[in-house]
Design a protein around this ligand. Structure first.
Ligand code: 4AZ
Length: 600
């Protein structure tokens, strides 16, 4: 090695060590997406999380359902106002609208006394050692410290009216020496963290002969808040230590510390949507990530911990006796969720056994793209479209004019329009709805709905060979670099005509303003293509689908072919209407129940 090389090597080592110094910020800070925080997402932001079964998603926020919208079957529940409800869902939905009416107990209201939480031996009302009186028990009981975490502490504070939950758990409170307390008798409690009362959590009594620490809490009040330069501000105003952010545990109490993550700490799992969930939620039989990947690739269904599991895990360590004192309302929440109506979309009926245009694409088989439709204007197929259920087809605004509705035909389940296949169904059009802010000069809001006519005497559109694609309800369902599929009867690169349906795989492209400065609107548009431009939409593909599949192989219409400079040029990717941005517009026209997969 000559001196010049040595000098270069030293310079390199110096620079790379500098870089290490610059990047050695606290790791948690690197886990947070600062731009995302500006949206102030909470557990009620249905762009990021599923709503509770007694809520529905409207304009990105979980709002309360009316009790009558709950599934009917279940067992009665008593609330703190002494009123009885037919099911837990009915009570939670009523509570959602009237927060002072909390859950008291499963069963009728006459059974026992009232559930009650209190704090003792603290110097203010907001702190102390936690005591509960269960409905069927005569005495107040302490809670064992071992079962006490921030989740349970938050719920105890919500119960006591502190809306931001707990500030800290584990602070020494002194019990006056003249009081005799049996410290071998305390209750174990387990909450999910989203309950509004400790009465909804599961209580277990274990008799041990060992001395037990007792659970305590300081609930959040503005005076008690401790602000340091290392703290994270929750959307509810509470400050938590920066190192607790993106760890899968909802310290904030509104989940805002877990919703804008680029990575998670070691005991948590990162959903593609940027949400950290606890590792225990992976493969537990309930989908937690809106993108579904926490329940895909699960070897065998691992069932959520029930009472028996909880009891079994407590049977170690010299426990003599275990008694489950309250029913598992978390299991009841899951049961209610499973009873909610579901729309069927995005799953092909039966994949055909035979396996084998869009620029550079491949020919499609019957049944491969059952949401793809063709729009025929007079004698020509002018555009593509996407069947989304009922009598509704989604297409590009630039493809249609409301006044021409009588001239349009929708051809569904079509492969080759020179030699139509037996599955083909043709429908006339009753109505065309073009987005009111469609701009033909900029192609902003290039989206339209077509309502097909029903056949005479029929109540439905009866397109048995078609399957609706799901309409994405959140902009976080798919991310740049994910692979999606375009399909259509559009032209090839050399402007060659195409008669049979073709398809190709493309990547979602982020940061597309670099290709189209001043012409690309991030919120409304989505670019997609391949590095070499070999796969692209082209003239005639307009209005057709860009579809993406989630972790459970459910297909969503993520984009509508809209525009692009030329076809098949890598420096000019295809631009698509970002359908997720128009979920509310679509649902306002076609009806929420037709396209809402969750949170109906
Ligand atoms: C068109 O003229 C068109 N390469 C559609 C898509 C693209 C270009 C043109 C994207 O309908």
């Amino acid at each position: 090695m000559n001196p010049a090389h040595l000098l270069l090597l030293l310079l390199y080592l110096h620079l790379s060590s500098c870089e290490r110094i610059f990047t050695s910020r606290p790791p948690q800070e690197d886990l947070v997406d600062r731009k995302c925080l500006l949206n102030k997402y909470t557990l009620r932001s249905c762009n990021k999380v599923f709503c509770q079964p007694w809520q529905k998603c409207v304009d990105g926020t979980c709002v309360c359902k009316l009790p009558y919208q709950c599934p009917k079957n279940g067992t009665p529940v008593c609330a703190t106002n002494g009123k009885q409800f037919p099911t837990y869902c009915h009570q939670k939905s009523f509570e959602c609208l009237n927060p002072e009416t909390k859950f008291s107990n499963n069963g009728t209201c006459t059974d026992g006394g009232k559930f009650n939480v209190s704090l003792s031996y603290g110097s203010t009302d907001a702190e102390g050692i936690v005591q509960v009186k269960l409905v069927d028990q005569d005495e107040k009981m302490f809670i064992c410290k071992r079962s006490w975490s921030i989740k349970e502490a938050n719920v105890a504070c919500f119960d006591l009216g502190f809306q931001q939950g707990a500030l800290v758990i584990r602070r020494p409170f002194n019990i006056p020496g003249n009081l005799h307390i049996n410290r071998t008798e305390c209750l174990h409690v387990r909450c999910r963290g989203v309950e509004t009362s400790l009465a909804e959590c599961t209580f277990i009594k274990r008799r041990t002969n060992t001395f037990q620490g007792l659970a305590d809490v300081v609930c959040y009040t503005q005076d008690a808040d401790s602000l340091t330069n290392q703290s994270f501000q929750c959307v509810n105003g509470k400050h938590i230590p920066q190192e607790k952010v993106c760890n899968g545990v909802d310290e904030c109490g509104d989940q805002s510390d877990e919703l804008c993550c680029t990575g998670c700490q070691k005991n948590a799992f990162l959903c593609k949507s940027g949400v950290c969930i606890p590792n225990q939620y992976k493969c537990n039989g309930e989908v937690d990530c809106i993108t579904g990947e926490d329940e895909s690739d699960c070897k065998e269904a691992r069932h959520p911990q029930n009472h028996e599991g909880l009891a079994r895990s407590n049977q170690r360590e010299g426990t003599e006796e275990i008694e489950i004192l309250t029913p598992n309302m978390d299991a009841e929440r899951r049961r209610i969720k499973s009873l909610l109506p579901k729309v069927s979309c995005g799953v092909k009926r039966n994949t055909h056994s035979r396996r084998k245009r869009v620029v550079g694409g491949k020919p499609a088989d019957v049944g491969d793209y059952p949401w793809q439709v063709a729009i025929k204007d007079g004698e020509r197929i002018t555009c593509g479209g996407i069947y989304i259920g009922g009598c509704w087809v989604l297409t590009a605004a630039h493809c249609v004019r409301p006044s021409r509705a009588p001239h349009y035909q929708i051809w569904t389940a079509l492969l080759d329009w020179l030699t139509p296949n037996a599955e083909l169904r043709v429908r006339r059009v009753s109505r065309v709805i073009v987005h009111e802010n469609y701009n033909g000069a900029t192609y902003q809001n290039d989206i339209a709905l077509i309502e097909m006519k029903k056949l005479q005497g029929k109540r439905e559109c009866e397109l048995l060979n078609s399957v609706p694609a799901c309409v994405p309800w959140s902009p976080y369902l798919f991310q740049p670099n994910e692979k999606c599929i375009i399909s259509g009867w559009g032209r090839e690169k050399d402007n060659q005509k195409v008669y049979s349906l073709r398809w190709g795989k493309v990547n979602l492209i982020g940061n597309c303003s670099q290709f189209y400065p001043d012409r690309y609107y991030e919120k409304e548009m989505q670019c997609a293509g391949t590095d070499d431009g070999s796969i692209d939409a082209c003239k005639g593909d307009s209005g057709g689908p860009l579809v993406c599949m989630d972790a459970n192989n459910v297909t969503y219409v993520w984009g509508i072919v809209s525009w692009g400079e030329n076809c098949g040029k890598p420096e000019f990717p295809g631009v698509y209407t970002r359908v997720a941005n128009y979920f509310d517009w679509i649902s306002n026209h076609v009806g929420r129940s037709l396209i809402s997969q969750h949170n109906v």
